[in-house]
Design a protein around this ligand. Structure first.
Ligand code: ADP
Length: 182
């Protein structure tokens, strides 16, 4: 697998401002909005997003659901529910990988060409950023290889620090012993 894929981009910013066929929401299983990126997406999209989410029922960890984007610049929102970090011994890595796989299954099904992800599970859900970054980039690269119709995947990191961690992971730098101190 090539180290850099021109269809994969890391940026720092606010995902609610991103124009794409879909942005991904790190949702909770009730799909009713919440804190972090979920709250920001619901605020920017408006009430209609919540109303559509209410028709969908619950979304189990690792699965994904698609809605319209309403007032967002993005056409769709793909809501996925990441695992809550519980120390790493409860299948969290597999569940996080499944989030990315579930999102790309919807991207394929709906013929979407551009998609933007936040760093799923690394906020309130507490997944260590280093570890999550490696799973995210591995799954995104695998999907890009499998889906030539996807033109661009952007990972939108909220802080310069998050961007730096992902940049190192993308460059293939080894995971530091004990993490980078956070
Ligand atoms: P989770 O519950 O899956 O951990 P959070 O929303 O708490 O979800 O955090 C996921 C990541 O999204 C964190 O790295 C957080 O800094 C980031 N984030 C928060 N707001 C935004 C935003 N507007 N755009 C992009 N990323 C965001």
């Amino acid at each position: 697998m090539s180290l850099s894929d021109s269809r994969l981009e890391l940026v720092q910013g606010d995902i609610t401002k991103v124009t794409a066929d879909a942005i991904v929401n790190a949702a909770n299983s009730a799909l009713v909005g919440g804190g972090g990126v979920d709250g920001a997406i619901h605020r920017a999209a408006g009430r209609e997003l919540l109303e559509e989410c209410r028709t969908l029922g619950r979304c189990p960890t690792g699965e994904a659901r698609i809605t319209q984007g309403y007032k967002l610049p993005a056409r769709h929102v793909i809501h996925t529910v990441g695992p809550v970090w519980q120390g790493g011994g409860r299948g969290e890595a597999g569940q996080l990988a499944r989030c990315y796989q579930s999102v790309f299954a919807l991207v394929e099904k709906h013929g979407l060409r551009t998609v933007a992800f936040p760093s799923i599970s690394t906020g309130v859900y507490g997944y260590p950023l280093e570890k999550a970054s490696r799973i995210a980039l591995r799954e995104i690269r695998a999907a890009l290889e499998r889906l030539p119709s996807v033109e661009k995947v952007t990972v939108v990191l909220f802080t310069p620090w998050d961007l730096e961690v992902y940049r190192r992971a993308l460059a293939g730098e080894p995971e530091p012993e004990g993490g980078l101190g956070r």
